[in-house]
Ligand binder design. Structure first.
Ligand SMILES: [Zn+2]
Length: 266
């Protein structure tokens, strides 16, 4: 068993990473605390607590936070388990948390995501989700995967982009939807004041060498790029989506310094 890499980004926000030693995808997860509930973005790539102790880690983090905020919170304290998207390496741990008292696990189909967050139109809407004194914006973001959403937290000013934008391979499954999602995120970014600070995705696959990635399956990344990307990365992704081959078709692989767009229709 390998413990999660835990990093408190501020007193109410935790970044977790499933260690490479437990699964090469090594996804990042995030836990955000509000007065009435906490929300977890993604549950990792395994449902085996012995491989990656998600349940134990989340329980410990919530206990730790509740101990520091005994008067501020409503009880029983709820945990909402949401997802950046429904691929296996982001939802496998759902089963570990579903049995937890006070846990609400959001379904993984587009219909379930739309219903849970109350999207009046999909995907062209931004809906608020209130943790109690802390409102998260939920933005429709299909293109990598049909149920994908992006979360924005105005407290940390972090945009949580899952696999849609990360320092790695951006697999474009539905090109039109993906481009519309990046446009939507650019509009959101430009309308957000104060300005967004960081874009945090769910994987690091790039090395520190511009344009050089670690191939799928790599379990040791001693020279990996940082997870955080600047908000201007959205313009770079949008530009990369316009690159075509000599037949006018989307280029299979467009390499940029901090990401690689991979045309991967399903
Ligand atoms: Zn994915």
């Amino acid at each position: 068993m390998t413990a999660a890499d835990v990093l408190w980004l501020d007193p109410d926000t935790v970044q977790l990473r499933q260690p490479k030693s437990s699964h090469w995808e090594a996804p990042f997860l995030f836990l955000l605390f509000g007065r009435d509930r906490a929300i977890l973005f993604d549950t990792g790539a395994t449902r085996d607590e012995r491989v990656f102790p998600l349940r134990g880690t989340v329980d410990h983090l919530i206990e730790t936070w509740l101990r520091k905020h005994p008067a501020r919170v409503s009880r029983p304290y709820e945990l909402v388990v949401a997802h950046t998207h429904a691929h296996g390496d982001h939802i496998a741990g759902d089963a570990l948390l579903a049995a937890r008292q006070g846990a609400v696990v959001v379904g993984t189909t587009p219909a379930e995501v739309i219903a849970f967050f109350g999207f009046p139109s999909w995907p062209d809407a931004v809906v608020p989700f209130d943790l109690g004194g802390r409102v998260i914006d939920v933005i429709g973001a299909p293109g990598h995967e049909p149920s994908a959403v992006v979360f924005y937290d105005a407290v940390t000013r972090i945009l949580f982009t899952g696999d849609t934008v990360c320092p790695g391979n951006l697999y474009v499954r539905d090109r039109a939807q993906f481009a519309q999602t990046i446009d939507r995120l650019i509009r959101f970014r430009d309308a957000t004041k104060p300005r967004i600070k960081h874009v945090l995705g769910a994987h690091v696959e790039m090395s520190k060498k511009p344009g050089v990635d670690y191939p799928p399956g790599t379990v040791d990344q001693p020279d990996e790029a940082p997870l955080a990307l600047p908000p201007s990365i959205l313009d770079e992704v949008r530009e990369a989506l316009t690159v075509v081959d000599k037949h006018g078709r989307p280029k299979r692989r467009v390499v940029r310094d901090r990401f690689i767009v991979v045309d991967d229709p399903r």
